[in-house]
Design a protein around this ligand. Sequence first.
Ligand code: NAG
Length: 267
Amino acid sequence: MSTTKKIFGFMLVMITTFTVLLSCCSATVYKVGDSDGWTAKDDTYYNWAKGKEFHVGDSLVFEYDRNVNDVTQVSGALELEFCDSSSPKAVYNTGNDVVTLKEPGYHHFISSNQSQCTLGQRLDVLVVHDPSRPIPPPLPRKILPLGQIYKVVDSEGWKVYDSEWSEAKQFHVGDNLLFKYDNEVNDILEISGDLEFKSCDPTSPVAVYKTGHDLVTLTEPGVHYFISSKTGHCEAGLKLRVVVSVSKLSPIDRLVRWLRIFRLHHH
Ligand SMILES: *[C@@H]1O[C@H](CO)[C@@H](O)[C@H](O)[C@H]1NC(C)=O
């Protein structure tokens, strides 16, 4: 490595450090609905969001009863208006979700429980990008090394689990799984452990995907488990286990990852 390259690398590290540290402390965390939390109340969220200014990097905390609700992020005002959760951008359902606003523009959230949404459990927030604020760190996805995209399971799509398919492959952090399936009869849950995987237990998923065309980035090393939540499907073999190893990260990638963790712990 030439001296110029070294100096350039060092400067890049310093700029990244500075940017990440600055944006760490200016982000605001909002509890949606304040003490009411995320529930069905007429016009609550319209009034709640009024007068607030949301910035890129701010977070929304949704607290709710996960037995009757979830947080479904939908793509537009129309879906919000008609409580249409059929093609969500993201679904959160732990009952206590932190959603970071990563892009400027409108963000729409509803409950996928139609009656709750109709009663007023819907929120849209306008996220502004203020040029006087430091630019927030890039999305985690972007700082991950550009990985491979694996189609699950090759030409068959997400239909029947084939343990040889995943065992024959070496997955690295940053790689992606592309799931294609009929979203009227299937979905994908990422679940947390071997026990849930063996017993096809869908009750506490880490993530839910249901667009029928989902690109899942493997952001953490370790074992990842995916099942279908539809009755009988997982039992019939619709499940996938992949082992992800730490990848060949460059020193800058590693620093940025470390800063990200640091930032999470100091919020
Ligand atoms: C939707 O919410 C209502 C309460 O308003 C609840 O009784 C019902 O069980 C919920 N439905 C689902 C599918 O969770």
